[in-house]
Design a protein. Structure first.
Lengths: 351, 217
């Protein structure tokens, strides 16, 4: 692959981006962030509140100027663009928001047409495009409705139709599903996935929910305190979370990450990478070897279309039985690891 | 009531409407852009400009805090310059307009403030120019609120016009003062006051009705 091809595949490249909000108390919202997002990716950026996610996504269309470093869109440094070049670039980058940000005093039709007008699309094409967009998002019957007459999910569909109407190369989503309930979230994510595959639109998703990343992202970057603590394919992050913050995001909050459960049994984390069914293995262990392990937490799901999951089990107190169980998991090809204490009691695990 | 010259009253009503409507329109021609500039140049606005904002805000605040009666007197030379006289309906339009401009500007500014920052973000992300953000996003979103503000301003200007009647302005205010008050014609005073109250009420109602009809959220 030549260098040229390589560059063509990259849509966004962040080089040592730092963003400092000056003020009474200065905030370093982004701290030396380097990142590469490829064309066609569904790229997740996850982090806790205040991690700098919104700031990061806003640097991608220069709603926010960077303090240091560079944001390259299709190889061009956004900083180098003049006003009209920047507006052109922005027209190629759609954006949707947690609060929808629709014109509430305008119909769905007018909301989309306003975007077309801004992009200087000839008026004669407006109706055709609006109808096409509404068909894509499944709101043909709401063309003349006002946003107040729509549900949250429908409003987000309108926002997606508006973002898509000018034929963007990327759509940025800042917590686009955070105001929606789980099944509506799933519908919106499905729609985004379809837009990604049908129209080859790169999608960048900002979220604080791992479930959103699991549902549609190919790759993910974990942001904490303005720094990227790890990034890569979503599966890798699940199988082998390197940082504490990632573990906290990957594990449901209910799971205490201790080496031993409340009854003093040693805990084991099992990861299923789509090749084995998760639950039968525990049953087989009991049936074939006569060893029972207790499931403390099971979290299995489909990521990128592959059955995937993890489970925390408590091993039997009997050392031999525990050994049998661990061997059995190994034979079955299940990734199993003892849970490390994240605090100072590290020596407890080596037993 | 037999002594009331209804033609005279009708004449006064028309003069009042002329003064108030024309002044309101003129005040908006200047006050609307002024309000937009105030809102846009403010800290955290679309195009912050501290110097411009501070100057405009100072002028608006000062002129708004001057009692209208003093405004009327102070502006007499300017009125003479523009209209040729300082007495009568046309002449009153000048101080009314100048008195109303800062009020309109502040009202417009407040209406535009109601439009969430999210709309501006969305507009900029779509690649809109600043002018387009104002014209295609902020103003349409603020429209119902602007209408409501216009109704309130209309009533304020009506009150000013009645006051202008005291110092040589025309309209119902002048009739109420010169004929009703000075010449002790209680019935004329009553009738003009009632008509003024009805105009206030009708203006308010109409404005609110239009605003709520325009509002879709
Ligand atoms: N305009 C601003 N001025 C000053 N500080 C800011 C500004 N915008 C963001 N910050 C600060 O930068 C940090 C990162 O904010 P940001 O909005 O990017 O976080 P986030 O990850 O999107 O959080 P959330 O999940 O709550 O939306 C925070 O400490 C925030 O207070
Ligand atoms: Mg945010």
């Amino acid at each position: 692959m030549s260098d040229k091809r390589l560059d063509d595949d990259v849509i966004f490249k962040l080089e040592n981006v730092t963003k400092v909000f000056e003020g009474d108390n200065k905030v370093v919202a982004l701290d030396n962030v380097s990142l590469q997002i490829n064309r066609g990716d569904i790229y997740g950026i996850i982090g806790m509140s205040g991690a700098g996610k919104s700031t990061l996504v806003r640097t991608l269309n220069r709603l926010e100027d960077v303090s240091e470093g560079a944001v390259l869109f299709e190889g061009r440094d956004l900083k180098s663009l003049n006003k009209s070049e920047l507006r052109n670039v922005r027209q190629g980058i759609g954006m949707i928001f947690q609060g929808f940000n629709l014109l509430n005093q305008r119909t769905v039709d007018k909301n989309i047409k306003t975007a077309l007008k801004i992009a200087d699309v000839p008026k004669s094409e407006h109706d055709k495009i609006v109808d096409k967009m509404l068909k894509i998002v499944g709101l043909e019957d709401k063309k003349y409705a006002y946003p107040a007459q729509l549900s949250g999910g429908q409003k987000q569909r309108v926002a997606i139709a508006r973002a898509l109407s000018t034929n963007p190369k990327v759509i940025l989503c800042d917590e686009a599903t955070s105001a929606l309930d789980p099944n509506i979230t799933a519908e919106i994510l499905d729609l985004l996935k379809r837009i990604n595959s049908e129209f080859k639109v790169t999608i960048i998703i900002i979220t604080h929910e791992m479930s959103v990343v699991e549902a549609i992202c190919d790759k993910v970057a974990v942001l904490n305190g303005g720094r990227i603590v790890e990034n890569g394919p979503v599966k890798e992050l699940f199988v082998n979370p390197k940082s504490e913050i990632t573990r906290r995001l990957v594990y449901p909050e209910s799971v205490a990450l201790n080496s031993f459960d409340s009854e003093g049994r040693k805990c084991l984390r099992l990861v299923f990478d789509g090749t084995e069914a998760s639950h039968p293995i525990i049953a087989e262990l009991a049936a074939k070897k006569g060893v029972t392990v207790s499931i403390l937490n099971a979290n299995t799901k489909s990521i990128g279309g592959v059955g995937f999951g993890q489970m925390v089990v408590a091993l039997p107190n009997d050392v031999n039985e525990a050994k049998v169980a661990v061997e059995y998991f190994k034979e079955a090809g299940v990734f199993a690891e003892e849970i490390e204490e994240l605090d100072d009691s590290k020596d407890a695990i080596s037993a | 009531m037999a002594g009331i010259d209804w033609n005279f009253i009708w004449e006064g009503f028309l003069q009042t409407m002329e003064m108030v409507v024309v002044s309101t329109i003129f005040a908006y021609i200047v006050g609307l852009p002024l309000g937009v500039i105030l809102s846009v140049s403010k800290k955290g606005g679309l195009a912050p400009n501290r110097v411009l904002y501070n100057i405009l805000a100072f002028v608006v605040n000062v002129s708004r805090s001057i009692p209208f009666l003093i405004f009327l007197v102070v502006l007499i030379p300017l009125t003479r310059l523009i209209v040729g006289t300082s007495i009568g309906t046309e002449a009153t339009i000048v101080p009314l307009t100048f008195g109303a401009i800062p009020i309109v500007a502040r009202m417009v500014e407040a209406s535009l403030e109601e439009v969430g920052n999210g709309i501006v973000e969305a507009a900029l992300a779509l690649g809109a120019k600043k002018r387009e953000v104002v014209v295609n996003f902020i103003l349409p979103e603020a429209f119902p609120s602007l209408l409501q503000g216009a109704a309130i301003n209309f009533v304020t200007i009506l009150g000013y016009s009645a006051m202008a009647g005291f110092i040589g302005g025309g309209g119902l205010g002048a009739i109420a003062y010169q004929h009703g008050f000075i010449r002790y014609k209680t019935d004329i005073l009553m009738v003009t006051v009632i008509i003024l109250v009805v105009i206030v009420w009708a203006g308010q109602e109409l404005g609110l009705k239009l605003a709520s009809r325009a509002r879709h959220s």
